[in-house]
Design a protein around this ligand. Structure first.
Ligand code: BV8
Length: 232
């Protein structure tokens, strides 16, 4: 049956072949840093310089990175599919946008964004942020990366659950299924009758919940799948 609404969730694995580190592979981002030191509000309060340096490095790396054939395939799908394509990413890089995807929901925030910890004003992040940078709106020295840290509520959750309830097809790409609530999206989509496909190098923590698993690098598996969907 031809799906009318495809909801896609991407994780660090789709950006791996663009040279951006994943989180949990050996030598990955979390190998050099403990999650609680660089991706929690407590870690930021404890050592804001360490956290700003961590995100300044990732912002520079992401700015220098190019989208790969996986990102480009998803942009082709959005442009060519007769139904609706909703792209939700856990990634904080902008490679989906660089590949031409128009509707991207950054549920964990974005490296290109800055947020005021005092008044919640948002503005485009400078290349480098420093502790005590002031907010252009309220002037408080409370600027932080606009990133959702552990223990913080991801963005757009109501809208995301609406999309999941209406999906005919839920596709998860390059995520290990360790982090909630994103790892729970497949169960939610299934509850509403969606077909589910996982793209990964190996089954994720929630791999058993998918109807179909396509193993291999996203730069190979996604172009084939998108050609299949657009061709049919
Ligand atoms: C919240 C921004 C509630 C930061 C990130 C115990 C049990 C269950 C849950 C919890 C628990 N204790 C705490 C929690 C909640 C916690 C959580 O899930 N913790 C985990 C660690 C257990 N979650 C939260 O805190 C979330 N918030 O729950 O709020 C709440 C309720 C009310 C009020 C307030 C709050 C917030 C989570 C968001 C944290 N921020 N990112 C940053 O990026 O620096 S999460 C971080 O991990 C990234 O966003 C990343 O995207 C995400 C998930 O990682 P993956 O994307 O999956 O990356 P990973 O390396 O793990 O996997 C890569 C995959 O790609 C692998 O499978 C690999 O095989 C594959 N791959 C590699 N190469 C390729 C490939 N696939 C295809 N092709 C390739 N070439």
């Amino acid at each position: 049956m031809m799906p009318q609404k495809i909801v896609i969730l991407t994780g660090a694995g789709i950006s791996a072949e663009s040279g951006l580190g994943t989180f949990r592979a050996e030598g990955g981002l979390w190998a050099e840093h403990r999650i609680e030191d660089v991706a929690t509000p407590e870690g930021f309060a404890r050592n804001p310089q360490l956290v700003m340096d961590f995100y300044n490095a990732r912002r520079a790396q992401a700015a220098a990175a190019s989208p790969n054939a996986g990102h480009e395939a998803l942009a082709r799908l959005e442009a060519g599919f007769s139904g609706e394509v909703i792209l939700i990413t856990q990634n904080v890089d902008d490679l989906h946008e660089k590949a031409g995807s128009q509707r991207v929901m950054h549920m964990h925030g974005a490296l290109t964004g800055a947020l005021c910890g005092a008044c919640e004003h948002r503005w485009p992040a400078p290349d480098r942020m420093s502790p005590g940078d002031s907010c252009p709106q309220c002037n408080a020295p409370a600027a932080r990366p606009d990133i959702v840290w552990f223990g913080e509520m991801p963005y757009d959750m109501d809208e995301i659950f609406d999309h999941l309830s209406g999906a005919d097809l839920f596709v998860s790409i390059g995520t290990s299924g360790n982090v909630y609530p994103a790892a729970g999206f497949v169960a939610e989509a299934r509850r509403h009758g969606a077909q589910t496909i996982e793209f990964n190098l190996e089954p994720s923590e929630v791999g058993s919940q998918f109807d179909d698993i396509r193993l291999g690098p996203a730069t190979r598996t996604l172009p084939d799948w998108v050609a299949e969907v657009l061709g049919s």
